[in-house]
Ligand binder design. Structure first.
Ligand code: HEM
Length: 149
């Protein structure tokens, strides 16, 4: 029998919320990432982040049903800056949050690290002021072996 989804292996929706909460606190405490996040005054941010990651990792489609899906996520980040000072540090802080909150499972950690490498690259690609984000992009899905078909 195959392994459960990454979402289930991580601990499901409660684990996503714990991960997003820890990650967000780390961003606010980080000298570089504090800057973009300090301008955010949205109390739902952490829950939306948990919903987004949960759906990508094989959980229920909460983000696409309630928050506009992948296109909406990319549009939040689009056209912010022509340089990208953030994504490398964003990935490091994500790895730290995973290590501090999720099960000590090297395969899980590797899969999440690989996912975030791709996801941060995709977000970074829409930072430039000239970037466009297409309508109706499908939510990415990530599995133990990379992007799910
Ligand atoms: C690369 C560096 C990144 C920076 C600096 C960054 C920063 C931010 C900021 C400032 C917001 C606005 C929050 C708000 O207005 O509520 C936001 C929202 C969001 N970000 Fe990022 N982000 C980055 C990458 C990513 C990546 C790679 C993902 C997904 C894998 C992601 C997922 C989200 C989601 C789902 C939201 C929406 C939350 C909501 O609907 O309230 N971000 N991000």
């Amino acid at each position: 029998m195959g392994r459960p989804t990454l979402f289930e292996a991580a601990g499901g929706a409660p684990a996503m919320l714990t991960l997003a909460t820890d990650f967000h606190a780390r961003c606010l405490a980080d000298p570089l990432l504090e800057h973009p996040f300090s301008h955010v005054d949205n109390p739902d941010h952490v829950r939306h982040l948990a919903d987004y990651w949960g759906e990508v990792l094989g959980g229920p489609p909460v983000f696409s049903q309630r928050h506009g899906g992948h296109t909406a996520m990319l549009r939040i980040h689009a056209n912010q800056c022509d340089e990208d000072p953030f994504s490398a540090r964003f990935r490091e802080v994500f790895d730290e949050a995973v290590a501090s909150t999720l099960p000590e499972d090297p395969e899980l950690r590797r899969a999440l690290h690989d996912y975030m490498t791709v996801a941060a690259g995709e977000v970074s690609a829409v930072f430039p002021t000239t970037a466009a984000v297409a309508e109706g992009l499908p939510m990415p899905r990530w599995s133990w072996s990379g992007p799910a078909a």
